[in-house]
Write a protein that binds this ligand. Structure first.
Ligand code: FMN
Length: 226
């Protein structure tokens, strides 16, 4: 960083843009208050690898998305998020594999954080393909929904060059922990998934693996006995 000026004229956009003709799904407004006390959540969080078979309520999905990396403070020039990010650049993007969510068709969606909306990228049942890409982990197909995080490389490298790679993983860790604790607070279980074939996940998300590449996942759903 030292001795280097930032190229403000070529600062990458903070929000990814998708064509306006892609289908948007409005999500219920998230609650930004309440939930179980933090220390109880820390005590109770465990990786959960089986889920009740019923569909997830869209309100729960909305709550999970906001908790993971939603906007928590609009300070004009910056919109700060629930998870910290090096330089407030927010290079980690979020996709959602929807297997079974009430009122939302199965498919792969992008989370439009600015508008708290889903953007449909691919409609259809992709649970089995995603599970195969994750070394055959059936949890990916059985969970009602899976959050998948990627790094938008240029957004971090614009400021941090090579060091951006370290920060992608640190940012993703914060986000995943938010999701894990939110799941407990919502009476659900979740499991972080790092074991997957990058190329296969990137292909499913339609990412090139260079400009943007998959980093990490969290499968979540209602507890099996609930
Ligand atoms: C970076 C990372 C990657 C992980 N990848 C997987 C995975 O691919 N599959 C899985 O079943 N669990 C995965 N886990 C969950 C760990 O196995 C789990 O966190 C660990 O056994 C500790 O148990 P606990 O989460 O219940 O405290 C991963 C956890 C982390 C932090």
């Amino acid at each position: 960083m030292s001795g280097r000026e930032l190229d403000w004229d070529n600062m990458p956009e903070t929000y990814k843009q998708y064509p306006p003709d892609l289908k948007r799904v409005k999500l219920p407004e998230p609650d930004m208050e309440g939930g179980a006390p933090l220390f109880q959540l820390l005590k109770s969080r465990r990786s959960v690898r089986s889920f009740a078979p019923r569909a997830l309520d869209a309100k729960i999905l909305s709550q999970m998305l906001w908790a993971a990396l939603g906007i928590s403070l609009d300070a004009g020039q910056y919109q700060f998020r629930t998870a910290p990010s090096a330089g407030a650049l927010y290079p980690v993007e979020m996709y959602i594999l929807v297997n079974r969510v009430t009122g939302i068709n199965p498919g792969i969606y992008y989370y439009d954080v600015q508008n708290h909306m889903l953007i449909l990228l691919r409609e259809g049942e992709f649970g089995r393909d995603m599970a195969r890409a994750a070394l055959g982990q059936g949890i990916i197909e059985k969970a009602p929904a899976v959050l998948i995080w990627s790094a938008l490389v240029r957004r971090g490298m614009w400021k941090y060059e090579q060091r951006a790679y370290r920060y992608f993983y640190l940012d993703a860790g914060h986000i995943a922990q938010n999701a894990a604790l939110a799941a407990v607070s919502l009476g659900m279980g979740s499991c972080q998934i790092g074991a997957f074939f990058d190329d296969e996940v990137n292909e499913l998300l339609q990412l090139d693996g260079e400009k943007e590449t998959a980093l990490y996942m969290t499968a979540f759903g209602s507890l099996p006995q609930s």
